[in-house]
Design a protein around this ligand. Structure first.
Ligand code: URP
Ligand code: ZN
Ligand code: ZN
Length: 462
């Protein structure tokens, strides 16, 4: 027995058309008219869009940071993701110093296995590099389905790597088919500015933004692009925030460099004035890179519209305001970095992008599903609506309205940076590999049904 979604409008990165959609087992089996078979269940979805399930390629669930751990684990984070229309996440498994990549990967499988409500994959964040790790990287691509690796040019003495390591990794990625993802801020500059600020007694959250200026991101982005260009390896820049860094990506793309850019709803919709909130309120927005100016937001929207930026991810990395962000009450540099957002990515981008005319509806699908699938080795299984693809479908009611507020969110954290934001449209029903996991805006799953996704190397299709 199959399920037929009848009367909706199918939207992909390229198409927009009215048709029925039939799924059976885990896949889409037919698209068209008159496709219903004898005992099929029919769900009428007139007036709704059918989007491919969202793919958030940047989350941090169950991540230890300093003396604490993110508020959302794989269960709470992926449940919230489903309710927002995201059916796949790619989380950053992290190699802490002294660990092999095999151990780090096993740790992340233990965190996610049997707990994830969405399908999931892992990037591997590498913080320590040597010949053995380089060989492990090859093995992860070939055997473990991990085909992307993150390096940090920031977080001095913790996660930061130098240019030599980055160059070696880029060279290796060209051989083994990995995609290098990069956090671009000049960590040495940030460290200098933080030391100076603290020495002058500047301890409030506002100084987080002042000590991580755009120039630190511009410099690191330009340097990384130059190294990728020299190594002739592709490069994916995570959480890009500012006009100058964006310009670096524009220039590189024009030169034919294979560089890809990701931004996040927070950089499109929130600005640095929030750091001046009363008392310690600014801590709610402490993330790296920090929020920028309205001028930067405008540039990022243009970057999305022009196709210069490739994906919109969340960098979901949630910490409660009470007890966790408060670790930095006396010193902004001790505030755990990161904010929640996985639940609201699709709604925010639809409302403030599509409904307000800043991006087209096909671009919305490309940014939230198709491009992440293509870049991270999941396409065409994920990221589109086509016969043979996984039946990951979001039935989107474009007429529903809501207001984001902490008491009604599903992310397991005591605030939302989008408090009071109006949303147009909602994921009314969601299907994951043919199973209805959200029904009328509520989780209809008995338990977590997500599976681990072995991802293909960069650039490989089929
Ligand atoms: O502040 C952030 N972005 N925290 C998460 C870790 C990272 O840098 O992506
Ligand atoms: Zn980062
Ligand atoms: Zn991140």
């Amino acid at each position: 027995m199959g399920i037929v979604l009848s009367g909706g409008t199918i939207v992909t990165a390229a198409d927009y058309y009215q048709a029925d959609l039939r799924m059976e087992g885990e896949q889409i089996t037919a698209i068209g008219h008159g496709i219903r078979q004898g005992s099929d269940q029919v769900l009428t979805v007139e007036g709704c869009f059918l989007f491919p399930g969202g793919i958030d390629p940047h989350t941090h669930f169950d991540l230890p940071v300093g003396q604490t751990v993110t508020a959302d684990d794989f269960a709470s984070g992926t449940k919230a993701a489903l309710l927002g229309g995201t059916t796949t996440i790619i989380d950053f498994a992290t190699q802490f110093k002294g660990e092999t990549l095999a151990l780090a990967l096993a740790n992340w499988h233990a965190k996610a296995g049997g707990k994830s409500y969405t399908d999931y994959g892992f990037h591997m964040a590498i913080t320590e590099w040597n010949d053995r790790i380089a060989r492990e990287m090859d093995r992860l691509v070939q055997e473990e389905g991990v085909s992307s690796f993150k390096f940090y040019l920031a977080y001095k003495n913790l996660l930061q790597v130098d240019d030599g390591v980055l160059l070696e990794a880029l060279g290796r990625s060209k051989e083994n088919g990995a995609l290098i993802c990069l956090h671009c801020e000049n960590g040495d500059l940030v460290q200098r500015l933080v030391k100076d600020a603290l020495a002058q007694g500047n301890r409030a959250p506002f100084h987080h933004a002042l000590t991580r200026p755009s120039v630190a991101e511009r410099e690191a982005t330009a340097r990384a692009i130059s190294l990728a260009e020299a190594a002739q390896a592709p490069l994916y820049i995570v959480h890009l925030t500012c006009r100058e860094a964006l310009q670096g990506v524009v220039d590189a793309k024009v030169r034919g460099v294979e560089v890809f850019g990701e931004t996040c709803p927070q950089y499109l919709l929130l600005d640095s004035s929030l750091y001046q909130g009363e008392g310690f309120e600014g801590a709610k927005y402490v993330m790296s890179p920090p929020l920028r100016s309205p001028h930067d937001q405008e540039a990022l929207w243009h970057g999305l519209r022009a196709g210069v930026l490739d994906t919109v991810a969340t960098d979901h990395c949630s910490f409660n305001y009470r007890g966790q962000k408060e670790l930095g009450l006396e010193d902004f540099s001790k505030i755990p970095n990161g904010i929640p957002g996985v639940e609201h990515r699709m709604g925010l981008l639809y409302t403030y992008g599509v409904a307000s005319g800043k991006i087209g509806i096909n671009q919305f699908v490309a940014l939230t599903a198709t491009k992440p699938a293509q870049l991270f080795g999941l396409f065409p299984r994920k990221g589109t609506i086509a016969v043979g693809s996984d039946a990951d479908i979001v039935v989107w009611d474009p007429w529903a309205t809501s207001v984001i507020t902490a008491p009604t969110q599903h992310q397991r954290v005591d605030y939302t940076p989008y408090e009071g934001f109006r949303q147009i449209g909602t994921a009314v029903h969601v299907f994951l590999r043919g199973r209805q996991v959200v029904c009328a805006g509520k989780i209809s799953e008995e338990g977590p049904g997500g599976v681990y996704l072995h991802r293909k190397p960069f650039g490989k299709r089929g």
